[in-house]
Design a protein around this ligand. Structure first.
Ligand SMILES: Cc1cc2nc3c(=O)[nH]c(=O)nc-3n(C[C@H](O)[C@H](O)[C@H](O)COP(=O)(O)OP(=O)(O)OC[C@H]3O[C@@H](n4cnc5c(N)ncnc54)[C@H](O)[C@@H]3O)c2cc1C
Length: 459
C-alpha cells in the first residue's frame, strides 16, 4: 500500500497528497461527524493526473471516493479507513464565457457560486441555485444531479450540462465536451455521470449551458391558510405569470415558526400564525411590464381568497432577506438535533396528507419528536427535517419505516434531488423495480468491474 501512495505522490507531487493527521483533520461529509477516515487524500491538478491516479488504483484494487464541496446530504462522500479520497479542490478553473453558443467551460472543482458570478459578469445566468452554493462544486452538482430553487423554470442539473469529461475507473478519459444543445449521436454518454454519485466515473470538466440574464426579478412572501389553496395558488401563478414563474418554495408553519417566528430572527416579515408560507419569484425580460403582471397576479389571488397576507420585496436586499429565510438550513439543523433529513417527491395533491400521516406516526412513537417541512413544492418535492432525540439504529430504522412506508403507499420517490448515497441505499427498492436495479448493477459492473469507485454507495 505504501508503494501505491509513493507512486501516486510521484504523479501529483508532494503537495498533491495528504496522509495521517492531515487527512483526519478534514471532514468527509455534511453535517461533519468526526474527521475523514482514509488512507490518503489525493489532490490532482489536471485530468491527466486524475487518469494516472485511477489507473494505479485500478491495478491495485484501491477504492476511491471523490470529494467536491462535501455538502451532499446522503453520505455519498463518506469514507472508511481503507479508502483513498480524490479531491477536486485544485481543479477549480473557470473558462471564458462563449457569448454566441452561450456556454461556459469549467473544471469540476469550481464552486457553484463562482460559476454563477462568472456567468453574471458576462451578462448571462447559470440557473442552478441552491443553499449550499458557496461551498458545493459543479462536479458535485453534476454527480448528484442537484435540483434547487429554479427547477420549475430551468430543470435540474441534467438540463444545464451540454458536455462532460469524466475519467473511468481504469483511467480512461471519456471526453464528451460538446457545446451544442442537440446531439442525437447514439447513447447520451454524459448522462451516465449525471446523478451517479461518483460510482461510474470522476467528472473532471463540463460545458455548462447559460441562459439570458433576467432583466426583471420579482419576489414575494405569501401567507396561505390551507394546502388546497397552496395548490390552487401554484396553478394560478403558473398561468398568470406567463412562463416567468421561476421559484415556488413552500414552508409549512412548523418551518416558518422555527426559523423566523420563535426567536424573531429574519425580522419576521409575516406573523407566524399562518398554515403555509410561499416564496414566489418570477424573472423575465421587461422590468416594468413584468412587475405590473406580478402585482396583478397577486391581486387576483387575493381577490380569489387564495392568499391571506403578502410581502413584496422592494429592493435587492429585501429579496435576499426573504430568500435567507428559505435557505437557513444550518440553523434548522442545530435546532433539531440530532437531525434526520428526507427529500421526497410525490404527486402534489397527495403531499399534505402524506405529511400529516408522517407527523402522526412520529408523534405516536416519539411524543417529543419535532418535524419541519418545506421545499420546492412547484416540483412536487419537499424536505422533511426531524429529530426524535437520537440517532440509534433502531430509532433511525423506525423513522425511515414511517417516512418511506407512507411514501410507498402513495407511489412517491425516496430521493427527489439529494441522491441515494449511503443513507437511502436500503430503501432504493421503494422507488425502483428489481429490473431497474439489476440494470444499474450491470452498468456499474461494465464501467467499474473491480468496484473501486465509491463502493457501497447507491447500490
Ligand atoms: C445547505 C444545503 C442546501 C442544499 N440544497 C440543495 C438543494 O436545494 N437541491 C439539491 O439538489 N441539493 C441540495 N443540497 C445537497 C446537494 O447535493 C449538494 O449541495 C451539492 O450538489 C453537492 O455538491 P458537492 O460539491 O458538495 O459534492 P460532495 O458532497 O463533495 O459529493 C456529493 C457526491 O458526489 C460525488 N462527487 C463529488 N464530486 C464529484 C466529481 N467531480 N466526480 C464524481 N463524483 C463526484 C461524491 O463522491 C458524493 O457521492 C444542499 C446541501 C446543503 C448543505
Amino acid at each position: 500500500m505504501n508503494q501505491l501512495i509513493e507512486h501516486i505522490r510521484g504523479i501529483v507531487g508532494p503537495g498533491g497528497i495528504l496522509t495521517g493527521e492531515d487527512v483526519r483533520s478534514r471532514s468527509d461529509g455534511w453535517p461533519p461527524v468526526g474527521g475523514c477516515q482514509a488512507r490518503a487524500l489525493v489532490r490532482p491538478a489536471t485530468t491527466a493526473e486524475v487518469s494516472a491516479v485511477l489507473r494505479l488504483c485500478h491495478e491495485a484494487g484501491q477504492s476511491v471516493v471523490t470529494h467536491g464541496g462535501l455538502t451532499g446530504l446522503v453520505g455519498g462522500a463518506r469514507t472508511g479507513t481503507g479508502d483513498l479520497v480524490l479531491s477536486l479542490e485544485r481543479m477549480t478553473g473557470i473558462g471564458r464565457v462563449d457569448n454566441v453558443n452561450r456556454t461556459l467551460t469549467v473544471e469540476a472543482g469550481a464552486p457553484l457560486q463562482k460559476v454563477q458570478e462568472a456567468a453574471e459578469d458576462a451578462g448571462f445566468l447559470f440557473p442552478l441555485d441552491l443553499g449550499a452554493r458557496g461551498s458545493c462544486t459543479i462536479g458535485g452538482n453534476i454527480s448528484t444531479n442537484a435540483g434547487g430553487n429554479s427547477v420549475i423554470r430551468y430543470g435540474m442539473t441534467r438540463e444545464q450540462v451540454l458536455g462532460v469529461e469524466a475519467v473511468l475507473a481504469d483511467g480512461t478519459v471519456i471526453s464528451s465536451m460538446k457545446d451544442v444543445i442537440k446531439n442525437n449521436t447514439g447513447y447520451d454518454l454524459k448522462q451516465l455521470f449525471v446523478g451517479s454519485e461518483g460510482t461510474l466515473g470522476i467528472v473532471t470538466r463540463a460545458v455548462l449551458r447559460l441562459r439570458p440574464r433576467p432583466r426583471s426579478r420579482d419576489t414575494a412572501l405569501l401567507a396561505i391558510e390551507s394546502f388546497d389553496k397552496v395548490a390552487a395558488f401554484l396553478r394560478a401563478m403558473d398561468s398568470a405569470l406567463g412562463g416567468t414563474l421561476s421559484a415556488f418554495e413552500v414552508m409549512w408553519n412548523d418551518f416558518y415558526r422555527l426559523i423566523v417566528a420563535d426567536d424573531g430572527a429574519h425580522g419576521q416579515p409575516l406573523d407566524g400564525s399562518h398554515a403555509f408560507y410561499v416564496l414566489l419569484e418570477a424573472t423575465g425580460g421587461h422590468e416594468e411590464s413584468d412587475h405590473q403582471r406580478f402585482e396583478e397576479a397577486l391581486e387576483e389571488a387575493f381577490a380569489a381568497g387564495l392568499i391571506a397576507d403578502a410581502v413584496i420585496a422592494q429592493s435587492r436586499q429585501q429579496r435576499e432577506d426573504l430568500w435567507a429565510i428559505r435557505d437557513d438550513v444550518e440553523v434548522m439543523m442545530t435546532k433539531l438535533y440530532p437531525p434526520m433529513t428526507f427529500d421526497i417527491s410525490l404527486s402534489i395533491p397527495l403531499l399534505d396528507g402524506y405529511v400529516q400521516e408522517v407527523r402522526a406516526g412520529l408523534a405516536e412513537r416519539w411524543p417529543d419528536s419535532r418535524l419541519v417541512t418545506f421545499g420546492h413544492l412547484g416540483d412536487g418535492n419537499i424536505h422533511l427535517v426531524l429529530t426524535v432525540g437520537s440517532l440509534d439504529a433502531e430509532d433511525v430504522h423506525g423513522v425511515e419505516e414511517i417516512v418511506y412506508g407512507a411514501l410507498g403507499r402513495r407511489g412517491g420517490v425516496i430521493s427527489a434531488e439529494h441522491g441515494i448515497g449511503l443513507e437511502k441505499r436500503t430503501y432504493l427498492h421503494h422507488s425502483r423495480s428489481p429490473e431497474e436495479i439489476a440494470l444499474m448493477q450491470a452498468l456499474k459492473t461494465a464501467l467499474d468491474p473491480k468496484n473501486i469507485l465509491n463502493p457501497g454507495k447507491i447500490l
